[in-house]
Design a protein around this ligand. Structure first.
Ligand code: 5GP
Length: 142
């Protein structure tokens, strides 16, 4: 959280134009400049945390509350059947703007898109032991 302001901070400050659709003390949302679908919206904390784990819990709660409130509003605005909600959490996952943002992408029956399952590469073939090790490591946080 240092250095030049991120694009999203500049939007929040009013220095870059954007169609802001939601704003509270801690969270803002605006239409994506290169939408994957009509109504594609980005929901961001106002502070430029780069990764999910850097956000304090109360800010994360505010962010998710905004997503929950906005998803049905976005669907209604563009008459969508559903939304895909996702975060590119880190460069290797496709994060280009180093400021946490939740993509809310309206989805339509037969739109040709895929589920979240389509984002990863080749599926791993994991043994029971490997699955146990991974689960243990996540559970213990080590
Ligand atoms: P990422 O790949 O980091 O998850 O997604 C960044 C998103 O920010 C992209 O969907 C991109 O279209 C959007 N974006 C990048 N620059 C701007 C901008 O200046 N204004 C708006 N509204 N969206 C932007």
């Amino acid at each position: 959280m240092s250095g030049d302001p991120t694009i999203f901070e500049q939007i929040i400050a009013g220095d870059i134009p954007a169609r802001i659709v939601y704003e509270t003390e801690t969270v803002a949302a605006f239409l994506d400049a290169n939408p994957l679908a009509p109504g594609h919206t980005l929901v961001v904390p106002k502070e430029p945390y780069e990764r999910l784990d850097e956000m304090p819990g109360d800010v994360a709660a505010d962010l998710w509350a905004a997503v929950q409130e906005l998803a049905p509003r976005i669907e209604a605005a563009v008459d969508a059947d559903a939304t895909t909600v996702g975060v590119n959490n880190g460069e290797a996952a496709g994060q280009e703007v180093p400021h946490v943002h939740v993509h809310v992408v309206p989805r339509f029956e037969g739109d040709g898109g895929g589920p979240i399952h389509a984002v990863a590469g080749d599926r791993p073939d994991l043994s029971e032991d490997e699955l146990d090790d991974i689960a243990d490591s996540i559970e213990s946080g080590e």
